[in-house]
Design a protein around this ligand. Structure first.
Ligand SMILES: [Zn+2]
Length: 213
């Protein structure tokens, strides 16, 4: 399967939009954004402290991403085997589910230990709903976990994700690195994931949630 990226983007966007329109509420529940994007982190921080809370929320995000990918990709036929389609639909599903728009900055997926995707969001749900406080820190653990969970299912690889910069720290965009777990530290140190956003404008793939029909 080797089609131009734009064709796969269009197909993936249409399929996710149609899928979400048909989605039965059961086995899903609709949760107010601020509860899962803001209150959950606060409640977890009260219970287990900031480091444990970040881990817990990221773990939950990973399960949401994983379960969403299994539900969506489990019913795809021919396209369901195209690994690029399997990854791209994750970006659209994340956006359509309300976690934030996705800009793919580095999208050259190789399906081995070199696997890496770099993405940004200017309206991540966790950052949008976070309460600005002194000593601000990164808050988008849910979104980081979600992308790791979806990409793990999509690729069959052990995949990790981390937020590299967050709007709640005062920058314009939240940035996420998704990479093979076995080479995550090496990927983190790779300067090509730490350029200013404008440096990536050569072939941006802008993915927003589908608008109303
Ligand atoms: Zn963020």
């Amino acid at each position: 399967v080797n089609r131009p990226l734009e064709l796969v983007v269009d197909r993936a966007r249409r399929d996710v939009g149609e899928y979400l329109k048909l989605l039965d509420r059961d086995p899903h529940v609709l949760v107010p954004a601020r509860v899962i994007s803001r209150d959950l982190l606060r409640i977890a921080t009260e219970a287990v402290g900031p480091a444990g809370a970040a881990q817990l929320v990221k773990r939950l995000g990973r399960e949401i991403g994983r379960a969403s990918a299994e539900a969506f990709l489990g019913h795809r036929e021919s396209d369901g085997v195209d690994p690029v389609y399997r990854l791209l639909t994750g970006s659209m599903h994340l956006a359509s589910a309300g976690f934030g728009d996705v800009d793919l900055l580095v999208f050259e997926p190789t399906f081995d230990e070199r696997f890496a995707v770099l993405w940004e969001s200017e309206n991540s749900s966790s950052a949008r709903n976070s309460v600005q406080e002194a000593g601000r820190s990164r808050v988008c653990h849910l979104e980081a976990g979600y992308s790791a969970g979806w990409c793990s299912v999509a690729t069959g690889l052990p995949v990790e994700a981390r937020e590299l910069a967050c709007r709640s720290e005062g920058v314009a965009r939240c940035r996420f690195l998704v990479a093979h777990a076995g080479r995550f530290e090496a990927a983190l140190a790779d300067p090509r994931f730490h350029q200013p956003s404008a440096e990536y404008s050569v072939t941006p793939v802008r993915i927003s949630a589908p608008g109303p029909p």
